[in-house]
Each structure stands twice: as C-alpha cells, then as structure tokens.
Design a protein around this ligand. Structure first.
Ligand SMILES: [Zn+2]
Length: 256
C-alpha cells in the first residue's frame, strides 16, 4: 500500500498570489514509521522537553511570529529548519516520491482550481501506482490511498468529494486508488507536515521564483524515462517555460 499525503499552499481567493499549489509525498506503508521518526528526531533537536508540541508548518516557521518559531530570531535559522525538514527525503527509499501541481490562477479564469489540482494529482498518483505494478516492484501491493490535511480541506473539498462519489469523474478512470481521501489533523501526522513543506517549496518556486526549498526536493519528484511526471505546471502563459515539469515534457515530445 502507498499513501499519498497532500497539503495545499497559497490561497485560491488571494488576488496577490499568482499560484495555487497542491503537493505532497507518496510513502510506501513500510516507510511510514522510519520517515516519521526522522521528523520526530528533528523535533527533538528543537525542543527536547516537548518534541510532540513541535508542528512543522513551513509558512509559520518562515514567518517566525508564533511560538515556538518566534524564539528563532534569525531568518536563516528558520529557513534552515524548513530545509532540514525537507532533507529527511534525501535518505528515504527510492519509491518515496514527491508530487505537486502548481496552477497558474490567471490561466484558468472561473474554474475550480482545487478540482483542477486534485484531479491532476490523482491521475499522476494512479499512473505511478500503475507503473509500480507493471514494472518496478510487483512483490509489493501497489494500491494507494490519499490523506489530506483536515484543516485545509474539510470545507472546500466536501462538495468535490460528493461529486466524485456520485458522478465518478476522474475517479472512474483511476484504477489503483482505494476509497475516497482521508482527512487527518496535521498535528497528529508528521507526514502531512512533510506534505505541507513540499507544497510550500513548490509554491515559493512558482509564485515567487524562490528556489531555496525546491532545490532540496527537486530530484524526489516521480521521474520516469527523463520526464518529471510527479510535478505539473498548469499554465497557458509561457510555452517556453524552463521549469522541470515543462521542459522535460517538451524535450520528451520533441525527441519522439
Ligand atoms: Zn513550467
């Protein structure tokens, strides 16, 4: 079983932001404890007395306004904490991969951006599971489930989930993802906290041109035969975009 933990970054309704991002990490069942332990150990280095009180939330860490992050007075210290959280992926098994969809809001006027991003991620996750089944690790169960941060999605995804249940839409085509998504409290799940950091990294990459965090995870997006399938840049403004998602697809298409 593979679990895709998803969180969002950016606000759909905020006119000052150009992008909305859904992103996260796909973790095989056997790696959940190990990956969680890596983040627990990082939390212990920050607050040895109460590591469970440490909740990694990238934008709050960067902001440094709320406890415990306000005790780290230097911005560089807080940036380092975000990067260390992302660095836990460096030693993870190769089938622990990142997924993200960055939607350029102005390219999709009057469209449901959450639905666009969610369907895109579902289809990429399913494609990954399908590849595992056919090629990579047939000895493992290749089925998947999706876990969301409860706070971010409880309201906005309710109607979408009802639609998926009643009408199928993409879910009908998706063969390997079981059931409907689960919602968990980010406080209780280190891996939702890691998903938050991945979504934040991608949001900063596209919305602000800041690659500080994206550089930590760029090589962890699902990649197959030279194409970065795990990252999607949905936009109609720049046909020559050189981001890893656009350029590898373009190169792949022209080389065929
Ligand atoms: Zn691009």
């Amino acid at each position: 079983m593979y679990i895709l933990y998803i969180d969002d970054s950016g606000s759909i309704s905020n006119p000052n932001e150009e992008y909305f991002v859904l992103g996260g990490v796909c973790v095989p069942e056997r790696s959940i404890s190990w990956l969680t332990r890596q983040l627990d150990e990082l939390a212990e280095t920050l607050d040895s007395a109460n590591p469970n009180q440490i909740e990694f939330h990238a934008s709050e860490i960067f902001g440094g306004r709320k406890p415990p992050w306000n005790q780290f007075k230097n911005k560089s210290e807080r940036v380092d904490i975000i990067k260390k959280s992302l660095d836990v992926l460096k030693h993870a098994n190769s089938d622990t991969v990142a997924f993200a969809c960055a939607v350029h809001k102005a390219s999709y006027p009057n469209r449901d951006l959450m639905k666009i991003a969610f369907e895109d991620l579902c289809s990429r996750f399913d494609m990954y599971l399908n590849r595992i089944y056919h090629e990579a690790r047939p000895q493992y169960s290749h089925k998947g489930i999706i876990v969301f941060d409860k706070n971010a999605y409880e309201n906005s995804l309710q109607s979408l989930l009802i639609e998926f249940r009643q009408q199928g839409t993409r879910w009908r085509d998706v063969k390997n993802i079981r059931e409907v998504p689960f919602f968990v409290d980010s406080k209780a799940s280190r891996l939702i906290q890691l998903a938050d950091h991945i979504a934040y990294s991608v949001f900063r990459r596209y919305n602000a041109g800041d690659i500080t965090y994206f550089n930590c995870i760029e090589d962890r997006f699902d990649t197959y035969q030279g194409v970065v399938h795990g990252l999607s840049h949905k936009q109609f403004t720049n046909p020559n975009c050189t981001c890893p998602a656009c350029i590898t697809r373009r190169n792949h298409t022209t080389s065929q």
